[in-house]
Design a protein around this ligand. Structure first.
Ligand SMILES: *[C@@H]1O[C@H](CO)[C@@H](O)[C@H](O)[C@H]1NC(C)=O
Ligand SMILES: *[C@@H]1O[C@H](CO)[C@@H](O)[C@H](O)[C@H]1NC(C)=O
Length: 199
């Protein structure tokens, strides 16, 4: 009798424990999907940071459309560990990069009017360099430095971004796979708006 009462208490406690966990994680999720309650001036070191399932990436949405209600621009801070890269992709928005730390290679195929991206141009990117990606040009950023992270500040127009991902540079534009919402908007963006101005 005594033992079973103990047991019952044990389960009761466990139930409470898991319930609290559940409430806690729901709360954590909610606060990541809204700017409500956040101070106007925020410490970047304390913003949520995640790899969103992409090996070697650390992504922070500094100012986002889905997260923060930005209408015209969105800003990311991304860090790529040595050897890591973005997928080959395109999007119908302007994108500006500022390299804060490290170095790497930008691959850019200015061929949105052809059938597929084709062999890209290679550009060396270095600390305090900047570059922009023309609308709809397929591109990829690689950290080819074996010893140092590559850290970039990224500004895009017309958020939320719709990303089209290629398996390789010779995949037809029309076969590129739509990724929307983008990895880091997945948790917060439930609405599926129809894609806009594709090739
Ligand atoms: C910003 O956050 C980091 C990490 O938590 C902390 O070390 C730093 O002191 C903070 N800066 C200010 C001005 O609060
Ligand atoms: C980047 O370039 C600007 C303009 O010359 C300079 O003021 C700044 O200190 C540079 N930053 C770094 C990290 O080198």
């Amino acid at each position: 009798m005594e033992a079973s009462r103990k047991m019952a208490w044990h389960w009761h406690f466990l139930g409470f424990f898991f319930l609290s966990l559940h409430v806690f994680s729901a709360k954590a999720k909610a606060s990541q999907c809204s700017i409500k309650g956040l101070p106007l001036v925020r410490n970047i070191s304390e913003l949520p940071q995640d790899d969103h399932g992409i090996r070697g990436l650390s992504h922070i949405t500094v100012a986002g459309s889905v997260l923060h209600g930005m209408k015209e621009v969105e800003v990311w801070l991304q860090t790529f560990s040595p050897g890591s890269c973005t997928p080959i992709h395109r999007h119908s928005c302007e994108e500006v990069f500022i390299v804060l730390k490290g170095s790497g290679t930008l691959y850019l195929a200015s061929s949105s009017h052809q059938k597929h991206p084709g062999k890209p141009q290679e550009y060396f990117i270095f600390p305090n360099s900047t570059f922009h990606i023309p609308v709809n040009d397929a591109h990829q950023v690689w950290n080819i430095n074996e010893h140092e992270d590559l850290q970039v500040l990224v500004i895009i127009s017309r958020p939320p971004v719709k990303m089209f991902i290629y398996d390789d540079w010779f995949m037809p534009h029309t076969a590129a796979k739509l990724r929307f919402p983008i990895f880091w908007d997945e948790q917060c963006l439930q609405v599926q708006a129809p894609p806009k101005d594709e090739l």
